[in-house]
Design a protein around this ligand. Sequence first.
Ligand code: CA
Length: 230
Amino acid sequence: MPKHRVLIVEDEQDIAGLIKHTVERGGEADAEIVASGDAALRAVSDRPPDLIILDLNLPTVSGIEVCRILRSRAETRHVPIIMVTARTTEDDRVQGLDLGADDYLTKPFSPRELAARVRAVLRRATPASERQAAAYRGVNLVADFDAVAVSVQGQPVRLTRREFELLRYLVHNKNRVVSRDRLLERVWGYDRLVETRSIDVHVGRLRSKLRDAGRQIETVIGLGYRFIDA
Ligand code: CA
């Protein structure tokens, strides 16, 4: 599983270090630290992270301004932001949430609280590594995920919404094994109570609808499924 990439924007070194330590502790995320608003904007436009932990009180460009700019750009609009505010700046906090920050922490915060917020936001978000190409073009299979149109050898294929989402998720993780648990979480939604057998049924139906291209969905025994390029 690729690690989540977290960008920490904080000019106070010891606090930045504490946040980094907390975020990386579970082994599921790598964190990078930048110390100013303009460095944050550069880092994000180079490569949008999966989460930004943004101090509001920053040199050069303020955290509020960083938040506003990120939300105004299509390529960074969906990157989750947790704001970090001082206790005294309620106005900033309200403004930040109005601008679309996902959550906030008040200084001083406990590492446990931070870790819990980070987990919650990352769970709701789609990792940057899985953020979608709009289409797939293989030898037999063509899928336009924006237009919700799938065809095999030029013939349109009618998929249910679930089958379509399943295909989309497998394609976007092509050549990687995706576990049934992961599919449950990503395609069925975290809270749905679905038996893993039901996933196998859906994959079976999707395969047969895709005819020749169905072979591109491999069963990896004991692990899950893998979409292979063809
Ligand atoms: Ca600061």
